[in-house]
Design a protein around this ligand. Structure first.
Ligand code: HEM
Length: 128
């Protein structure tokens, strides 16, 4: 899938577009106020490459560790997922690749959405 999408260059352009969409979204941008976006984009590109069968270079934290303190809601998670799909569509990703990324997103949901981490109430009510 990685090569069919266009390799590292296209993966990086997808990630660039994803973060433009996220930072321009008034519901999402404040999550990233104190985040080093360059390193964030590098990590996301490395993770996406890996998911697509490209080089395995992701050296960031486990998704649950990175996201647990953030109290991410199901709605905000869905918005980010939609933006990733949109960024893939703009890059002319074929449907099977979009579906495969969607499956990975679904599988990682419980590591990212706060209320799904520790049951009802979740970390969202306990942190921040
Ligand atoms: C949809 C699936 C998602 C994936 C695959 C993903 C992936 C990642 C990755 C790879 C990192 C870097 C971890 C590191 O630097 O060690 C990260 C960090 C981060 N993510 Fe996500 N993320 C997702 C959803 C979200 C959502 C929905 C939000 C907020 C609405 C979010 C906000 C953040 C923030 C603020 C950080 C930086 C945390 C920090 O540096 O302390 N992420 N994410």
């Amino acid at each position: 899938m990685y090569d069919r999408l266009g390799g590292g260059e296209v993966v990086r352009s997808v990630v660039e577009r994803l973060y433009v969409l996220i930072i321009e979204d008034e519901q999402l941008h404040s999550y990233f106020d104190n985040v080093d976006l360059a390193s964030q984009k590098r990590h996301m590109a490395a993770l996406l490459s890996q998911v697509l069968g490209g080089p395995k270079e992701y050296d960031g934290r486990a998704l649950a560790v990175a996201h647990a303190p953030l109290g991410i809601t199901a709605e905000h998670y869905a918005r980010v997922g939609d933006y990733l799909t949109a960024a893939l569509l703009v890059a002319h990703a074929p449907r099977d690749i979009i579906d495969a990324v969607g499956d990975v997103l679904t599988a990682s949901r419980s590591q990212i959405v706060a209320e799904s981490m520790v049951g009802a109430g979740g970390l969202a009510g306990q942190v921040g």
